[in-house]
Each structure stands twice: as structure tokens, then as C-alpha cells.
Design a binder for this molecule. Sequence first.
Ligand SMILES: [Zn+2]
Length: 243
Amino acid sequence: MKLTTDALIIRENNTVGESDRFITALTRDHGVIRASVRGARQLKNRNGSATQLLCYSRLSLYKGRDKYIVDDAEPLQVFFEVRGQLDKLALAQYFCELAGVLAPAEENAEEELRLLLNALYYLSEGTRSLPLVKAVTELRLLCRAGYMPAVAECAECGMGECTRFSPLRGVSYCEQHGGTDTLPLTAGALAALRHIVYAPFEKCFAFSLPETDTAVLGNAAERFLLAQLNRGFNTLEFYHSLQ
Ligand SMILES: [Zn+2]
């Protein structure tokens, strides 16, 4: 069966065979797939550059019994600016690793794909700070995967004015009900958290936040992610090692 779909290459592995490349791609129509690209590492192979990490490409695929084979790859966008700066590249690789874990397999993943493309666009353009792009990408990917935090009101008394957040329970609390295992939330960080979680997709990056609030938001988002997924990420540790 032959398929055509747009995809972001989220992982490339060149150690298999002599000239083949093995990729993981976040596709619009079939979610996360693994595929081999025959001869991708030969100099004249036209599919080679379009199947590199962080390439957004139109893939023509053959679906075999248990894997995909890339028949043709046409580059649609290459995020050169992201590749050229180590901190941006590290963050982009973390987004790719996250998508590989959180995006669905064998089903439509258009919103996850658009989210990553938007994140890479903002990293390229430099119009949003790295910590802000990181928090939005983490939280929206988590929401799509079924880990939506409840931050509209205090989980205990229903008060709207919240100042604490529990990464483990994924809920916000008022000053009175937030226990010692919760994180502080500034008013700005709370407003941003609510915006990211509850806004329509088109608006999820459409806000600005002072640096101090962004740090509070970023800490809450990352701690929430790590607590919910109960695992670490090498790419995240590498990103932090650059700070
Ligand atoms: Zn309360």
C-alpha cells in the first residue's frame, strides 16, 4: 500500500546497514511511524537531505507488514536557524523526543505536528523566549495525550485565585489549601498556564510573559511533565546542561 503524508523527522539513526537510514517521523495522517530510507546516505540519493532530523517533508511511503519504507521525500521546510544554535537545537531535539513518546501512533496527529512546527518556527524566528516555547510545547503535548491539568480553580474549595500547583496531581490550589508538596504560582504564571491549557490551538503561543513569571511557569510545566510521565529525558538533561 502506498501512502503520502507530510511529516517532521523526529529521529534519524544511521547505524543500520551501510547506506540506509532508519527514521522516526511525526506524520500528519498516521502519527508517529518508523521507516527505513534505502540508500539515504549515498551522496547522490535525493531522499537523503529530506529525511534528516528536523526536516519537514512530504513523504511517499510503502507500508509493509511491520514497517514503512520511504519511497520518496520532498523537503517542505528545513529549520536551518534551529540547527545552527546549540541551545535551540537541544530544545528542538527534546521536543522531538517528547513527541515520540506522547504523540499517537497509526492515527491522525495533525495538531501535534502543527504544534511542533509552530515551536520550531518560534525557535527559528526568536520572537518567543526559549523557556516560553518549551512550556507551551510541553503542556499542549501533555493535554493532547490525556494529561490535562485542572487549573481553573482551587481543587479543594473552588476559589479562582490560585497561588499553588501540584505537579503530581496536576491541579491548582488557593493559598490556604496548597500543601508543602506544591509549587508557588505567580498571578502571571497562573494566567499563562490557563491560557496554554484552555485556549484554542491557534492561540496557544499568542501571549507574552515577563521573564520572572516565565521561570515560574517553566518550572511548573517541566515538573508536571516529569511527574506525570514518571521518567527523564536525555535531551532535556542536555538542554539544561547548556544553561
Ligand atoms: Zn482552596
